[in-house]
Design a binder for this molecule. Structure first.
Ligand code: NAI
Ligand code: MG
Length: 356
């Protein structure tokens, strides 16, 4: 038995409901793979921010370094400005832990409704640069409140960060279907995205077996809807990856289905979180879809070389989602968070029994 130390950060809104319902599934899936999941709950998020003035302790990133991984629910509450939590927690962790790459797979599950007419079987991976671009935080405001007020938000694109994301994306493509699309906008933005084009072309030379193409982000938005089956790995800047991955999530059943991983290539510690936010419109009703969180836990197990535990979660979830009565309202069903999570747990445990 190997032990994995996981920091669980339920956060706000639907985060705690989902996290609580999923914890037994994660532990059971771990034990199927000879992995003991040892979790510590951290009270970081909006409620802490209101109580103590910051969403996490000053040494939050250092605290996480004592763990193998962090599993994060969501933050955001109506009585705290969004940017204070996003910057005070999520973006700070990404930047200070050097989590330079964000992975957002979109995978169709049989039975989960898609808005696409032919319910396309989609299996793609968005690889998003995670620390700079338009979200680097460089900028300022002048002439506050006056009619002449201006705001400047400067995008930063570094050769090093582009190269790291690009190498990771080509490696991923090599293990997948060997197709990569670089998503850019270098026709209109002539500096940052021109650097992306150049650096990615340099990296591509080392991966002759991967066929790649550069597509402008607006054209890619259309292509994701019209021909998603052709897509394998999408390599994106921070902003474009954020937007396109919500679109790809929508095509495979919505935000409730979408997982993500914040990692640094070669580093063990990563932060794994569903793509969705705190969903205040449904929080407290116990009806949030736990799939994105469970699939994020599966990505965590994959990253920590516990692929058997990841497979447990994916297989059990896929099986449960085939039953219409186990689907949550966002998927057109009437199941609660707890009902779906318990059904996944039962499947993990049943498989455990059957193998003796
Ligand atoms: P959201 O993702 O919370 O909700 C968007 C829509 O998707 C809502 O209609 C919601 O009910 C639905 N939805 C989201 N997760 C779901 C789930 N698991 N099951 C079923 N339906 C689900 O995004 P929104 O409304 O823009 O933001 C709400 C708050 O969350 C804001 O404070 C925002 O800043 C924060 N946020 C936090 C993120 C994070 O913690 N990583 C990411 C995105 C938003
Ligand atoms: Mg987003």
């Amino acid at each position: 038995m190997r032990t994995l130390r996981v920091a669980v950060i339920p956060g706000d809104g639907v985060g705690p409901e989902i996290s609580e319902a999923c914890q037994p599934v994660i532990e059971a899936a771990g034990s199927r793979a000879e992995v003991q999941v040892e979790s510590a709950q951290l009270d970081w998020g909006g409620e802490r921010h209101l109580r103590l003035g910051s969403p996490m302790p000053e040494d939050g990133p250092a605290i996480l370094r004592n763990f193998d991984a962090a599993l994060f629910g969501a933050v955001g509450r109506p009585d705290v400005p969004d940017h204070e939590l996003i910057w005070g927690l999520i973006i700070r962790l990404r930047q200070e832990l050097g989590l330079s790459v964000n992975l957002r797979p979109a995978l169709t599950f049989p039975g989960v409704p898609s808005p696409l007419r032919d319910g396309a079987a989609i299996d793609l991976l968005v690889v998003r640069e995670n620390t700079e671009g338009e979200y680097a935080g460089a900028g300022g405001r002048l002439r506050s409140g006056r009619p002449s007020e201006v705001a400047v938000e400067v995008a930063i694109h570094s050769r090093a960060a582009i190269m790291e994301a690009a190498r990771f994306a080509f490696e991923a493509a090599r293990r997948r279907r060997r197709r990569l699309h670089l998503v850019t906008k270098s026709n209109a933005m002539r500096y940052g995205y021109a650097l992306w084009d150049e650096v990615v072309a340099e990296v591509a030379v080392d991966y002759p077996e991967v066929s790649w193409e550069r597509v402008l982000v607006d054209a890619m938005a259309a292509r994701v809807v019209q021909r998603p089956k052709e897509l394998d790995v999408l390599l994106c800047s921070n902003l474009f990856g954020d937007i396109l991955s919500d679109l790809t999530a929508a095509l495979v059943g919505g935000l409730g289905m979408a997982p993500s991983a914040n990692i640094r290539p070669g580093q063990r510690l990563g932060v794994f979180e569903p793509v969705h936010g705190s969903a205040p419109d449904i929080a407290g009703r116990g009806i949030a879809n736990p799939s994105g969180y469970l699939l994020s836990a599966a990505m965590m197990f994959d990253h920590l070389e516990a692929g058997a535990a990841a497979d447990q979660i994916r297989t059990a979830l896929a099986s449960a989602l085939q039953q219409p009565e186990l689907r949550t309202p966002d998927l057109g069903g009437a199941a609660t968070t707890a009902q779906l999570a318990s059904a996944v747990l039962a499947r993990v445990q049943a498989r455990e029994g059957s193998r003796g």
